[in-house]
Design a binder for this molecule. Sequence first.
Ligand code: GLU
Length: 303
Amino acid sequence: MDIQNLLDDIVGAVQPHVGQGNVADYIPQLAAVDPHQFGISVATRDGEVFSAGDAHVEFSIQSISKVFALALVLAFDGDGIWKRVFREPSGNPFNSLIQLESENGIPRNPFINAGAIVVSDRLLSVTGSAAMAVRDLLRRETGNATLEADQRVAGSELANSHRNASLAHFLASCGNLENPVDLVLESYVNQCALAMTCEDLALATRFLAANGVGAEGTRLLSPAQTKRINAVMLTCGTYDAAGEFAYRVGLPGKSGVGGGIVAVVPNKCAISVWSPGLGRSGNSVAGVAALDEFTTRTGWSVF
Ligand code: GLU
């Protein structure tokens, strides 16, 4: 398989989709990003990296950070988190309040905002700073010591975070938050504001394609924990379009409103794509098209 050639081809093939959709505008800093960009990177299980297009441009990873926060909580703290968060698709928008109330403050899964806020809360309790813990994991996995949260994005989201604040207060009212709401929100927003390139993101996600073994052979998760994270990504990782994503791409994936998506081919490689234009469910239009193309052409899917 000539992966480099394939990625170069995919950059050409997705051009008609680049710029389609809308950039997220509820976080003002994200609204300012040029939608006419597309990048793709693949990091193989053995550490080889291939990139094409705008794979070296930094973007806001947003909800993709939820995967790394969950991995850290499972690594540090085991299965206790599953008493506070379910692992079923929600079928609702990622920031919905309705289900949280009818299900008594237990979020449907760790990848909708309410669930991710609970995970960040636990990571805050265990490490003293969820955002730093995620950042340090990503620095280790990528070897990029300058990887950092974009403070303009964090500030912009924090100033407009009424919805997440509502979710966090509701969680607290149900006894499902261990730390003060303001502290948890600040941590959550800072982990979402981490800025990365496609290439860094593929490297950072590689442990999920390697049975839980990270950079330099360090074990981050057990093979069973890795399987479980990939399963939750497959069923819950791409907003309320996880069914469509499974149909088109056929891999565990996690998207973010910055236009990034990571996907995992177990035992083979991690793929990351980025293009800021989002479809109706919040997934990058060109990103999904590229992953569709990738798995269709390679046959590398879990199905
Ligand atoms: N920080 C964003 C929010 O909480 C993340 C959303 C996303 O990427 O899905 O609204």
